[in-house]
Write a protein that binds this ligand. Sequence first.
Ligand code: FE2
Length: 356
Amino acid sequence: MAAPPRTDAQKQSIKNRIEEKLRQGYRPPGLNGQGPAAIAAAGKDAEQAGEYASAAAFCTAAYGLTGEFEPDWTLYRPRQYQHRPPGLPVIPSQDHITEDEPEGDPIRVAVIGDAHDSPHLPDKSRFYWMGAYIAEHRIERVVSVGDWMTMDCFSSHTDRATFEGMAKPTFEQDIDSFHQSQRAFQDGLGGWKPKKDICFGNHENRARKYDNLHPDGLSHWMLLEQAFAQWGWRTSLYGEYRFIGGVGFVHVPFNALGRPLTQNQRPNKALCDTVHGDDHRATQLTDYKAGPFRSPTVYSAATALPPGFIEGFSNKGGSTWRSGICEAVIWGGVVRSWKFEEMSLLRHRYGQKAAA
Ligand SMILES: [Fe+2]
């Protein structure tokens, strides 16, 4: 049997509840932001008051309101500190600016920047140190923001026919080196089993580009995906975002033409907190947004190279390169804590253990 239609008094009560939340700084529909919006917050109250069986039932009823019962969305008052203009009386109450405690528990994510594994760096200790750090701190998620490996076998910068190109590894050598790096990481983790995600970088993407240019039936890309799957990594394509708790992870944010954004453009264009790699820096940038919004912050996760190591292509311009591991704590859709620990500290802490 269909539920009886709602009375005008019931509709008015829903409207009142929502308008009260708008005045308290909860968002109207369609406005971007963190925390519950006005309808959801009102639904929670209605459920607690026993008026509705669930917040979802309240929301369904709320979305059906039309005409005179549609809430006046313009009552929305942004959660923004109201500074007293000079010469005017003190603003009596600022209660509505207090942020709610986000729902759920904070999510801890270890972020590994560009590790650039390669047969040219046969010492894989840094992967062991990172694994040991994650295990010791009991971090439940790991994201590599790509360029775990350099995939120099498919580098288009150096032609195999050149003297320099003769030193390029083969695909097998690159994959073999990759497995060694993963073995070291796994040894560092010991029995600790975090969830692992990688957002592929331009270096992993070299395999896709190569396959496209050499359609001879052998998919190096598939072999690469298999190699990552073997160690339990979930992958996403170069340029694609992986969202964890509302925070975007990507190798590097793109512009509309599919090219990496410059450093200044990234915080300017971002619509959500973003963690990325690619530029090998350890930065935390935010840019002003017009209006009462929380501007997103964009974090660069540096590299995960041996302490002080700068790749040959940048050895005269590597002053901004940093190597280490990052830890993000995500809660309520944004990064609440960000930590960067330099690789030298990891070596200091875990180097002896590896040698023992
Ligand atoms: Fe890189």
